[in-house]
Write a protein that binds this ligand. Structure first.
Ligand code: URA
Length: 198
């Protein structure tokens, strides 16, 4: 099975969405070590990400770096990607076809990384992993399914638009180390299950 770097090279050749192929500068497959315990999943690359080919390198990324530092993590210790890997023109919302075209790439990343924890950032990522749920109701809460902890957070950019969310996002982030520690103490289940942790 190709490692995540090989997969990233394949993702960069993707031509499934004609509008995105036309408008993109660089594909943004995501980055992080192959053995990262935590996978953060945002929405889609923005202007800076499209220019650099790296996720979360603009203003929202600077806040994400701060959030990681607040729980003593560095960017190169986690894996960061997006629901779609190409910037939508004018930063419009990703289209349903673009999300479904890109989903196999995300699935392949999940299969290779096998993270212990998946953190959803914002509503597109929430919709993929917590279908039917609302971010304002479930942010800061976790579910354990098949040995993986799923944790819902507001998108870091939300704090840039709505300052009052900043503290909420910081507090939600602060729960991550405890959840990971708690999960490593609990013996792994053989049976698939869905467990609400809070
Ligand atoms: N917002 C996202 O959702 N992803 C990025 O990579 C940058 C901004």
């Amino acid at each position: 099975m190709p490692a995540l770097d090989d997969l990233a090279r394949e993702i960069c050749l993707c031509r499934k969405c004609p509008a995105l192929v036309k408008s993109r500068t660089l594909v943004v497959p995501g980055c992080g070590p192959d053995d990262a315990p935590i996978l953060f999943i945002g929405e889609a690359p923005g202007y800076n990400e499209d220019q650099q080919g790296l996720p979360f390198v603009g203003a929202a990324g600077a806040f994400l770096d701060e959030l990681l530092a607040s729980i003593k993590l560095k960017r190169d210790e986690v894996f960061i990607t997006n629901i779609i890997k190409c910037r939508p023109p004018e930063n419009r919302d990703p289209l349903p076809t673009e999300i479904s075209n890109c989903n196999p790439w995300l699935e392949s990343q999940l299969g290779r990384l096998k993270p212990r924890m998946i953190v959803t950032l914002g509503r597109y990522s929430l919709a993929r992993f917590f279908p039917g749920k609302t971010i304002s109701k479930i942010h800061g809460t976790a579910q354990k399914r098949n040995g993986v902890i799923y944790f819902a957070m507001y998108h870091p950019a939300a704090a840039l638009h709505q300052g009052t969310l900043r503290q909420t996002i910081i507090e939600d982030m602060a729960r991550i180390p405890g959840l990971l520690a708690q999960a490593s103490k609990v013996a792994e289940d053989d049976q698939p299950r869905q467990m609400s942790m809070f």
